[in-house]
Design a protein around this ligand. Structure first.
Ligand SMILES: Nc1nc2c(c(=O)[nH]1)N[C@H]1C(S)=C(S)[C@@H](COP(=O)(O)O)O[C@H]1N2
Ligand SMILES: [Mo]
Length: 318
């Protein structure tokens, strides 16, 4: 899914206001550290100067919906990423995503709902009990990982805004701010990164509004402060750092579908029998392993989700 490498962010691209906002965030994030009043930015700990920090999440429950498969390490999950807003190399997000300002942050929920609302991130984090969900994740490029996400079903949020009869789909947008996201200056995609789901897919108990990883808040490169996670679909449906959720009547045009409609359909269900036009999808490489594994229908979640697609031709609706 790669085209070319965007220029790196230079310090002069960051406005003083952002520096200020980030500094406030770091001070908050630094929490227990004794930060004396009047302490200059230069004197802040390294983690607070530019490298984004994560915080422990409390009261996270285990979920029976987790897989028992061996988890990938935190290092594997945070150093091999797709987040084109920060560059197209797998190592770019870990290197550049610290410039993302994740507080303050809001998510606007709008469109065909009775109760449209703008949620503040702190409100969103507390909307429903947090669960650890260890999911298999499969990228369309042919690799997979097992990732201990933290979040709650997206359905919890959907219920609160009361979709109307016209709400057939949702679309969700990622932030697209070239000042914070160097990759947005290159035209690899038509920004913002938009993804979508049919309403019943969005309401499915496996679909997560995800706010954490390995018991902590999300690292920036993984989609802080809030992302969607849909484990039976290719990874690109799991949009990161979302700022808007819109309820709509028609199937949304998504970023990857617009970029290459023959290669990336709306459904994007993991399916070993439907090849990508340029490569087979029959096998995958689990990050950290040498030999390949067989890819399974709906990424192994067929028992839970196959009924959503009863009667559909998955070769046509790919
Ligand atoms: N905003 C945004 N979301 C995104 C992407 C992206 O480039 N931008 N990449 C997608 C792809 S292709 C994958 S495989 C997953 C990767 O998630 P991870 O890096 O947390 O494993 O994020 C998805 N969400
Ligand atoms: Mo992906």
């Amino acid at each position: 899914m790669l085209i070319r490498r965007p220029p790196d962010l230079v310090p002069s691209d960051i406005t003083p206001q952002e520096v200020y906002a980030r500094r406030r965030e770091f001070i908050k994030a630094a929490g227990g550290l004794a930060l004396g009043a009047g302490l200059g930015l230069d004197a802040l700990p390294a983690a607070a100067q530019g490298k984004a920090t994560t915080m422990k999440l409390f009261g996270v429950k285990e979920s029976p919906l987790s897989t028992g498969e061996k988890k990938n390490s935190r290092q594997e999950i945070t150093e091999y990423n797709n987040f084109y807003e920060f560059g197209t190399d797998k190592a770019d997000p870990a290197q550049f995503a610290h410039t993302l300002v994740t507080r303050p942050w809001t998510v606007a929920v709008e469109g065909a709902v009775n109760k449209p609302r703008v949620f503040d991130i702190d409100e969103l984090m507390k909307l429903a009990p947090l669960e650890e969900r260890i999911y298999r994740m499969r990228c369309v490029e042919g690799w997979s990982m097992v990732i201990p996400w933290v979040g709650y079903p997206l359905a919890e949020l959907i219920r609160r805004v009361e979709p109307t009869g016209n709400a057939k789909y949702i679309e969700y947008d990622t932030l697209a701010d070239p000042r914070q996201m160097p990759g947005v200056r290159s035209r690899v995609l038509d920004w913002p990164y938009v993804e979508g789901l049919r309403l019943d897919e969005a309401m499915h108990p496996l679909t997560l509004l995800c706010v954490g990883l390995y018991g902590e808040t999300l690292p920036n490169q993984c989609g802080a402060p809030v992302r969607v996670v849909v484990p039976w679909k290719y990874g690109f449906k799991s949009g990161k750092s979302i700022v808007r959720i819109r309820f709509v009547e028609k199937e949304p045009r998504t970023a990857w579908n617009k970029a290459a409609p023959r290669e990336y359909g709306f459904y994007s269900n993991v399916n070993p029998d439907v090849d990508h036009p340029r490569w087979s999808q029959a096998t995958e490489r689990r990050i950290g392993e040498f030999s390949k594994r067989k890819t399974t229908l709906f990424n192994g979640y067929a028992d839970q989700v196959a009924r959503l697609y009863a009667g559909m031709d998955l070769k046509k609706s790919f």
